[in-house]
Design a binder for this molecule. Structure first.
Ligand code: ZN
Length: 136
């Protein structure tokens, strides 16, 4: 079975560099088709409206709403301690696109469809900055 946390999470692959460059500066940068005035997820290849493959990148507000989520429980560590459960969410950005990302700082009982979220970026010492969503 593949790692459920890996599903849908963006990886830098050359086509998504502006997203990661933005993330490093705490900016949520996603794709936008200016002629159609529509926004898309960073890994969208072409505009659904006009098939334009030369979409621009633009900074989104970072506001989002929770669509759905799953809770994953990691494997216990060698000392037997269990890592805290992780919440992997599908969120709808205020601009319209849907993104997969982890949730942070949420109480499981507070999770509900439509919960207002805000994008935050984590900058690990090694590797790419990555996106999380926290309750707004
Ligand atoms: Zn378009």
């Amino acid at each position: 079975m593949s790692d459920p946390m890996a599903v849908g999470i963006l990886r830098r692959d050359g086509r998504t560099d502006p997203f990661f460059d933005g993330a490093a500066e705490d900016r949520l940068v996603i794709k936008r088709c200016a002629p159609c005035d529509r926004w898309f997820a960073p890994d969208q290849v072409a505009c659904d409206g006009c098939d334009d493959e030369e979409m621009s990148w633009a900074e989104a507000t970072g506001e989002a709403a929770l669509v759905t989520w799953t809770v994953t429980h990691g494997r216990p560590a060698e000392d037997g301690s269990a890592p805290p459960p992780a919440h992997l969410a599908l969120v709808e950005l205020a601009e319209g696109p849907w993104l997969h990302a982890r949730l942070d700082g949420v109480r499981p009982a507070s999770l509900r469809e439509g919960l207002a979220l805000r994008a935050v970026f984590v900058h690990p010492e090694e590797g790419e900055s990555y996106l999380l969503f926290r309750p707004a």
